[in-house]
Ligand binder design. Structure first.
Ligand code: AMP
Ligand code: GLY
Length: 418
């Protein structure tokens, strides 16, 4: 089979790396890909959001199966467009991906179906939003409605900070159209856990739990990022919590989407907080998380293409998914300055040494004309190691990362320890 993966970050590198182990695949392509994905797939220079360009290319190259990994093309309906062109595709339709693309949609869905989440109100009018902040007091959470690269959320510790967040989203258009509407919600407390599940529209199969580290600096300080590192499984996800989540959150969500005429096929991401009143949903995503994907897929023992095809064909209950025992850690090496501005184009050294004990997934890298590997993004690499237990995996990831160098490289030293 000829398979095309859409996207070009660390998550897509991990997906391509895993798919490249499938005996069903004769040719693997990735668009746009990156400097590291080149080693497992042929990169094609088409932007991930270019739906028409992607469909035309896939048709022209007789692609048998497409995997759409990032949020934007899913929200733009790339899966719908591929299927309409007769090309089977993995991922939710735009109608189902709205569970991530609109926080107002997902909050209303949870309210309608009694799925536990933070109490909230949605606003399109600045004065009403500010009045609600004043009335509720702090701490309080302000979220842009639409997609904002994981950065459209402000957990405000004071009323002034919350008012400022509302103003910057609604008046200064800090997140463009994504912030024209906002959700203001109750601030929950407790450890955060992520659970990803393969879904076929009706059934779901959970992957091992995971935990992202969204803040830029140690001790969960500094600005929110796309994610600075992930571990799997999460020590906070006990067997008792898993049973509660399945009954109160996972099954009701899949059933709700089906009942709304938006059956979800693909990877459904449950961002959870284990609050004193039990697990609650912080957010849904309609795809693999990045960097959670890198940690989780390094524990997958089965053929990823078979699982993805079963999701698309609505026969997930027929596949047997095996996971390796033990744990995994993905440590993100970022450009100095990320998530703010940073310089690109620094040479990267030491990856082959690091790969003696880990797998290094590339996120923001490119191969320069002279063949050297250079930094080309905020999150540059995801050093991913497995081990017999979490401590062993974390130690191995840090040990391997020591081999890698580029100017102003920044990473957290406490992934899996906070
Ligand atoms: P989100 O993009 O919705 O996942 O939000 C980013 C981060 O903000 C989450 O991982 C949480 O740490 C935090 N957060 C979001 N919503 C809440 C909430 N209602 N209460 C407390 N923290 C929250
Ligand atoms: N790591 C969080 C996300 O992918 O949204």
């Amino acid at each position: 089979m000829k398979v095309l993966v859409v996207g070009g970050g660390g998550r897509e590198h991990a997906i391509c790396w895993k798919l490249s182990q499938s005996p069903h695949i004769t040719r693997l392509f990735c668009a746009p890909g990156n400097g590291g994905i080149e080693s497992v797939a042929q990169c094609v220079p088409i932007a991930a959001t270019d739906v028409e360009g992607m469909v035309n290319w896939a048709k022209g190259h007789a692609i048998d199966f497409v995997v759409v990994a990032p949020d934007d093309p899913l929200a733009l309906g790339m899966v719908d467009a591929m299927e309409a062109a007769g090309i089977p595709a993995f991922g939710p339709t735009a109608d189902a991906a709205v569970i991530e693309a609109s926080k107002i949609f997902s909050k209303n869905l949870m309210k309608k179906y009694g799925i536990p989440t933070a109490k909230y109100e949605a606003f399109t009018d600045l004065d009403s939003a500010l009045a609600y902040v004043d009335e509720q007091g702090a701490p309080i959470v302000v979220k842009a409605d639409g997609l904002a690269l994981g950065k459209g959320v402000v957990v405000a510790q004071s009323v002034e900070e919350a008012r400022e967040a509302v103003r910057s989203m609604m008046c200064d258009h800090r997140f463009g159209e994504a912030g024209a509407k906002v959700v203001i919600e109750e601030c929950m407390t407790g450890p955060e856990v992520t659970v990803l599940a393969f879904c076929d529209g009706e059934h779901l199969l959970c992957m091992p739990s995971s935990q992202d580290h969204k803040r830029a600096y140690d001790g969960n300080q500094g600005p929110n990022t796309g994610g600075m590192g992930a571990i799997s499984p999460s020590p906070n996800y006990t067997a008792a919590v898993a049973i509660q989540c399945m009954r109160d959150i996972f099954l009701p969500t899949v059933a709700a989407l089906k009942a709304e005429g938006r059956p979800f096929k693909g990877v459904l991401y449950f961002g959870l907080m284990i609050t004193p009143e039990g697990p609650k949903v912080v957010e849904y995503n309609a795809r693999f998380g990045d960097p959670e994907c890198q940690a989780i897929l390094s524990l997958l023992d089965s053929d990823l293409l078979e699982i993805m095809a079963a999701c698309r064909n609505g026969v997930l209950h027929q596949v047997d998914i095996r996971w390796k025992s033990g744990a995994a850690c993905c440590l993100v090496l970022a450009s100095g300055g990320y998530p703010g501005s940073y310089v690109k184009g620094y040479p990267i050294i030491g990856i082959s040494e690091a790969e003696e004990t880990a797998v290094v997934f590339h996120a923001g890298t490119m191969l320069a004309d002279d063949g050297t590997l250079q930094t080309n993004g905020g999150r540059v690499l995801g050093v991913t190691a497995t081990g017999a237990d979490l401590n062993a995996a974390i130690d191995a990831a840090y040990q391997s990362a020591k081999c890698i160098h580029f100017t102003d490289m920044h990473y957290r030293t406490d992934i899996g320890r906070v």
